[in-house]
Design a binder for this molecule. Structure first.
Ligand code: MLT
Ligand code: ZN
Length: 461
C-alpha cells in the first residue's frame, strides 16, 4: 500500500522496514485484550534511535498518530492501534548495548524480550529482578511503559525501582538521555520517572540502563491450601514474619480448575477454596524449617488445610505453573480483567467489601480471583458466559467496575496496579487520581507531545 504520507516516510527514513500487509496490520495492531479491531496505517520497524527520531518528526509534519509497540502482551489496550495509527514496533531493536561491572548496569535496546534480559544479566553473574508470566514475549520497553510489577514485587519492587537511565524520543522528536545511570542526581525533575508508566503517551522509550542486583539466594517453593481469603492474609502475615519471602501469590480453587483443565498436574487430592504459592529463601535449610513450623501451626489453628513443599526444581516449576498458567488458561474465554490494588494494611477491609460487591454484582458470571496479594494487588477476572455477546458482557462488567472503583476510592486504592490504564481503565482514572493530578498530567503531555501524536486516546480521559 502506498499513500503520500507513507511515501514521505520512506523518503525521510530511507531503508526503513515498513509493513502494510493485512496479516501484519492485524498482528501488530492488537494486544492481549482482543477487544478492539486492529486498523493501523502501517507498521514501522526501525533499527536505530535515529530512525525512531526521524519517524516522530515525520509524524509531526503529517499529523499521524504513533503507537509504540513491544511484545503487545498488555491487558489494558495500551498498544492497540485501531484508528489509522503508525505502529512503531521496537522488535528489531532488541540487543544488549553494554554491561558495566562497576556500575552493575546492563544497557539494552527497548525491544529486548524480558527473558533475554534475565539471561543476559545471569550471564554476568547478576540479576534483573522484575519478572512476570509473559516474560517470553513481553519486552523491556513494554515493562517500562506500564511500570510492570509481576511476581517478585514483594521482594524487589516494580520496574521503576530498577531503571538507572532511559533514552527516549519524545513527542517533539527530541532525543533525551534521562538520568544516564547515575545513582545520585538531585538536579531537578526526574523525567525518567515520567516515561516509566506513561504507556507511550509522552514518547518512545528506545534504550534503557537497567540496574542489576545479586542473584537471588537458593529458594524453596511451597503451595498451601487455605479455607478463605482471611486465611490467605493470615498465612501471609505469619510467613512474612518468619521467612525471607521472595514471592507470595494467591489464587482460588476456581482459578486452579481452569489451569488443571489446561493440562497442569493437580497438587493434592482434594479441592480447596484458596491457594498460595510461596517462594522463600532457604539458606542451610533454615527457611524450610521455619516454613514447616508455620505450616504445622496453621494446621493446628485451622488456617491451613493442606500443603506441599517442592523437592526439586521440576516440582517447583510445576507449582509455579499452577499460578502462572492462569492467564493462558482463561484467555480462550476473553475474560473481563480487573487489576486493582490497595495498601497492604487496607487489604482485609477492602477484600471484605470487594467480596460482597462481586458476590452481589455477578451472581450469573464465573469470577476468578488471583494475584499478588502480598503487594495488595488482586486480579479479579470475570468469565463471559458462552453465547453472550462480547459487547453486552463488557457493558455489564463495566457497570460493576464503576461500583468497584467507588470501593477502591473509599479504601485509597488504584484501578490499575500493574496493567496500566490504556483504553480499558480510562473511564475510572478519576477515582484513583484527583482532578488536580489529571490536569498536571495533561500539562506534562502537552509539554512533551505538543501535537498529541503519541499514543492518543490512551491513559488520559
Ligand atoms: C498475572 O499476574 O498473571 C498477570 O498480571 C496477568 C493477568 O492478570 O492475567
Ligand atoms: Zn499480575
Amino acid at each position: 500500500m502506498s499513500t503520500p504520507a507513507l511515501d514521505a516516510l520512506l523518503s525521510a527514513v530511507p531503508g526503513l522496514r515498513l509493513l502494510t500487509g493485512p496479516a501484519d496490520l492485524e498482528y501488530y495492531g492488537r494486544d492481549w485484550t482482543r477487544r478492539w479491531t486492529p486498523a493501523p496505517l502501517a507498521i514501522a520497524q526501525p533499527s536505530s534511535v535515529d530512525e525512531v527520531q526521524a519517524i516522530v518528526r515525520w509524524a509531526r509534519a503529517w499529523t499521524v498518530a504513533l503507537v509504540p509497540s513491544g511484545g503487545r502482551t498488555g491487558l489494558s489496550g495500551g498498544a492497540v492501534a485501531a484508528n489509522g495509527e503508525l505502529v512503531i514496533s521496537l522488535e528489531r531493536m532488541n540487543r544488549v548495548l553494554d554491561f558495566d561491572p562497576v556500575d552493575r548496569t546492563l544497557s539494552v535496546q527497548a525491544g529486548m524480550p524480558l527473558e533475554a534480559v534475565h539471561d543476559a544479566a545471569r550471564d554476568h553473574g547478576l540479576a534483573w529482578p522484575v519478572d512476570f508470566a509473559a516474560r517470553g514475549s513481553a519486552t523491556i520497553g513494554g515493562a517500562i511503559a506500564t511500570n510492570a510489577g509481576g511476581i517478585r514485587v514483594i521482594r524487589y519492587g516494580n520496574t521503576r525501582d530498577w531503571i538507572a537511565g532511559l533514552t527516549v524520543v519524545d513527542g517533539r522528536g527530541e532525543v533525551m538521555h534521562l538520568n544516564r545511570g547515575l545513582v545520585k542526581n538531585s538536579s531537578g525533575y526526574d523525567l525518567r520517572h515520567l516515561f516509566i508508566g506513561a504507556e507511550g503517551t509522552l514518547g518512545v522509550v528506545v534504550e534503557a540502563i537497567l540496574r542489576l542486583t545479586e542473584p537471588p539466594p537458593p529458594t524453596r517453593v511451597m503451595l498451601l491450601a487455605l479455607p478463605d481469603f482471611s486465611a490467605v492474609l493470615k498465612a501471609f502475615t505469619v510467613l512474612r514474619a518468619g521467612l525471607r519471602l521472595e514471592a507470595f501469590e494467591f489464587f482460588t480453587g476456581v482459578a486452579l480448575a481452569h489451569v488443571l483443565e489446561h493440562g497442569a498436574q493437580p497438587p493434592f487430592a482434594g479441592h480447596h477454596p484458596c491457594y498460595a504459592v510461596v517462594e522463600f529463601a532457604d539458606v542451610a535449610e533454615s527457611g524450610e524449617a521455619a516454613a514447616l513450623t508455620a505450616f504445622e501451626q496453621g494446621l493446628v489453628d485451622g488456617w491451613v488445610l493442606d500443603g506441599v513443599i517442592a523437592g526439586s526444581d521440576a516440582q517447583a516449576a510445576q507449582l509455579w505453573r499452577l499460578r502462572e498458567g492462569i492467564t493462558e488458561s482463561l484467555a480462550g474465554h476473553v475474560p473481563y480483567k480487573n487489576d486493582v490494588s490497595v495498601r497492604i494494611s487496607a487489604l482485609p477491609a477492602f477484600l471484605a467489601d470487594a467480596e460482597t460487591l462481586i458476590g452481589h454484582a455477578y451472581p450469573q458470571f464465573e469470577v476468578v480471583w488471583f494475584g499478588h496479594i502480598g503487594d495488595g494487588n488482586l486480579h479479579i477476572n470475570v468469565i463471559k458466559p458462552e453465547g453472550m455477546a462480547q459487547a453486552e458482557f463488557v457493558q455489564d462488567c463495566e457497570r460493576v467496575t464503576r461500583l468497584l472503583a467507588d470501593v477502591l476510592e473509599r479504601h485509597g486504592g488504584s484501578i490499575s496496579a500493574e496493567h496500566g490504564i490504556g483504553l480499558v481503565k480510562k473511564p475510572w482514572l478519576a477515582g484513583t487520581r484527583s482532578d488536580a493530578e489529571i490536569e498536571a498530567m495533561r500539562g506534562i503531555k502537552v509539554a512533551l507531545d505538543p501535537d498529541g501524536i503519541m499514543n492518543p486516546g490512551k491513559l488520559l480521559p
